[in-house]
Design a binder for this molecule. Structure first.
Ligand SMILES: [Zn+2]
Length: 153
């Protein structure tokens, strides 16, 4: 039984950090470090890394931190055929969902045996045809914190 509270707490820090980044009050490298620290900090308890960055996953590329326009590709590396912990071990992405450009670059490096990046994207799109939100950006942050409404501020 894993702990979801630590992920929610860190996700609220990620949300605030994304806002500071959007407002230009911190730069991208500072935001990246905080995002990554939050992702890894779930291991101070039995938390899940994905929950710590849940708020940015619907729209932010985990590698270049670009906010991807609604409907454009935002592919989860774990949806690529033959993906393993081993292949992702040396990566340090904020989330495992990447924009098309970043996905293609990373996949060509770490998962070449499964075919050209374009083919791997096509396969993900076909396998998730019923759930396009799995490989398309929603163009906005999550409206809730891992299923729980954000408190009013
Ligand atoms: Zn990117």
């Amino acid at each position: 039984m894993s702990c979801h509270d630590i992920g929610r707490g860190l996700n609220s820090v990620v949300r605030r950090t994304a806002r500071l980044l959007d407002e230009g009050r911190i730069d991208q490298e500072a935001a990246r470090e905080i995002f990554l620290a939050c992702r890894k900090a779930v291991h101070w308890c039995d938390g899940n890394e994905g929950e710590a960055t849940d708020v940015v996953q619907p729209c932010m590329c985990g590698r270049c931190l670009r906010i991807v326009t609604a409907g454009e590709g935002l592919y989860d590396l774990w949806d690529a055929q033959g993906m393993t912990w081993e292949k992702l071990r040396d990566t340090a992405f904020v989330t495992d969902r990447l924009c098309t450009e970043c996905f293609d670059k990373v996949i060509a490096e770490i998962n070449p045996e499964e075919g050209m990046p374009e083919e791997q994207r096509r396969m993900i799109e076909e396998l998730n045809a019923e759930e396009p939100e799995r490989w398309q950006s929603l163009g906005r942050y999550a409206f809730d914190n891992n299923g729980i409404p954000w408190p009013s501020e």
